[in-house]
Ligand binder design. Structure first.
Ligand code: CMC
Length: 431
């Protein structure tokens, strides 16, 4: 087959050059402009990366028009229904779902890497009790760089694999430790006899005086299933802002723990992972159904910075399949955890969604609920405090970050990521 090309012509000078059209397995074709400067003396300008592919990747595929999300080719709804979070993490990191023996080995190794160095406890103690848990996460995950010098030869695939496993294993332990510190409760050590999600719930909620798990090892299966579901849905989302941050930082050859800490910083923003916390605050501020029109009007007002949190997405322009799955799960979880699907916040969220989806502004701009619109309702039902919501996203997205990092580091001929700019300052001048 002949290579498809595209010609770019400078209409002022008449100079033109051909550029290859690259195609993935599925998805929109991409113009390879890497030689644009050499051939035409030009750069591209695309703030916010509205039309830019920054890399090749075989991990996750999104079709924003059709509401499709695939991890390694598998539709998200199938994974959400049939897999645990660690099965999905194995898939993302290694490219395939594991058989039972391999999965058991993977989970055993995660269990082995879960413990934190005891010195990290005094590091965590150094934070003020009211520090935001995401601030603590950035610091503590970055500090892992100081603990694991011996396995940091990034040219060694085994060192890279161990670093990735460590991050996945330790993230829930660090997250729970941040929470326990903020409420002044003793840390709970990870247990290798519990699953990833059970372990996290136990580390969050077990007390010396009142165990979260009883003597029969009972832990509410509804809570565990809900947590697995949310972690799977948040595990990866191709080149989102935090994953791109991890990739960009890693392109310098920086320490992987520092790169993931950079990703956590990016995730924290309210336009990205911080939206789940912002949705809950927004719903609480709206309070009652009769105030919905007032807040919709604010969201539409160009002079008001308020946006409807949990609405809109750069890629999804029809629906976010993750939001559809979470909305459905809310009924099951609220009922199953002994509450009621008549939870006032859930009812308010449903009304708000219905109102917005009938509003011309939201229809015209193709703004739909995203993954963060309903996730907080479930986290709240699991007794996760609101300021921990983005931390929950962090635990889940670690699977995606380390998968992208592993993929990128294994690629030969890696280059440092170094965009250019349109300079708008002074021309040369003398003092
Ligand atoms: N409420 C009101 N107006 C909105 C909203 C919203 N939530 N989202 C977008 N718009 C408007 C925006 O003002 C713009 O209008 P105009 O064309 O007149 O200037 C238009 O819709 C397009 O928005 P944009 O900001 O140019 O789109 P983007 O692709 O750059 O941003 C977004 C995507 C998710 C940052 C944005 O929709 C947003 O801020 N949403 C609220 C925050 C949120 O829920 N974030 C979670 C995203 S999903 C999870 C994740 O990524 O972590």
């Amino acid at each position: 087959m002949t290579e498809e090309t595209l010609t770019i012509r400078n209409n002022s000078t008449g100079k033109e050059a051909d550029f290859s059209l690259l195609k993935g397995t599925i998805g929109t074709p991409v113009i390879d402009v890497s030689s644009l400067n050499k051939k035409m003396g030009l750069f591209t300008y695309d703030p916010g990366f509205m039309s830019t592919s920054s890399c090749k990747s075989s991990i996750t595929y999104i079709d924003g028009e059709k509401g499709v999300l695939l991890y390694r080719g598998y539709p998200i709804d199938q994974l959400a229904e049939k897999c645990s979070f660690l099965e999905v993490a194995h898939l993302l990191m290694n490219g395939e779902l594991a058989d039972d023996a391999k999965q058991a080995e993977f989970e055993h190794e995660i269990g082995q890497h879960a413990m934190l160095h005891e010195a990290m406890r005094s590091f965590i103690d150094g934070f003020h009790y009211d520090a935001h848990p995401m601030a603590m996460m950035v610091g503590i995950v970055g500090s892992l760089s100081a603990f694991y010098h011996s396995e940091l030869d990034m040219n060694d695939p085994e060192h890279r694999r161990i670093s990735a496993m460590r991050m996945l294993a330790k993230m829930p332990v660090i997250a729970a430790a941040c929470y326990r510190h903020s409420i002044g409760f003793p840390f709970v050590y990870p247990r290798s006899d519990l699953s990833y999600c059970e372990n996290f719930l136990n580390m969050m909620f077990s007390l010396p005086s009142q165990k979260y798990i009883d003597k029969d090892n009972y832990i509410d299966p509804v809570a565990v299933k809900a947590l697995n579901l949310l972690f799977i849905l948040h595990a990866d989302h191709e080149q989102n802002a935090s994953t791109s941050t991890v990739r960009l930082a890693s392109s310098t050859g920086a320490n992987p723990y520092a790169c993931i800490a950079a990703g956590i910083g990016a995730l924290w923003g309210p336009a990205h992972g911080g939206a789940n916390e912002a949705v809950l605050s927004m719903l609480e501020e709206i309070g009652t159904v009769d105030r919905i029109p007032e807040f919709i009007a604010k969201a539409k007002d160009k002079n008001d910075p308020f946006r409807l949190m949990g609405f809109g997405h750069r890629v999804y322009k029809n629906f976010d399949p993750r939001a559809t799955i979470i909305r459905k799960a809310c009924y099951e979880v609220l009922e199953g955890l002994g509450g009621s699907e008549k939870d006032p916040l859930f009812e308010l969220a449903l009304e708000l969604e219905a109102y917005a989806l009938n509003d011309e502004y939201f229809i015209e701009k193709k703004l739909y609920p995203n993954v963060d619109f309903y996730s907080g309702i479930i986290y709240k039902a699991l007794n996760i405090p609101v300021d921990m919501f983005t931390v929950m996203f962090t635990i889940a997205r670690t699977a995606g970050w380390v998968s992208h990092w592993l993929e990128m580091m294994a690629e030969p001929g890696q280059r440092i990521s170094r965009p250019r700019q349109i300079y708008t300052g002074h021309d040369i001048r003398n003092i």
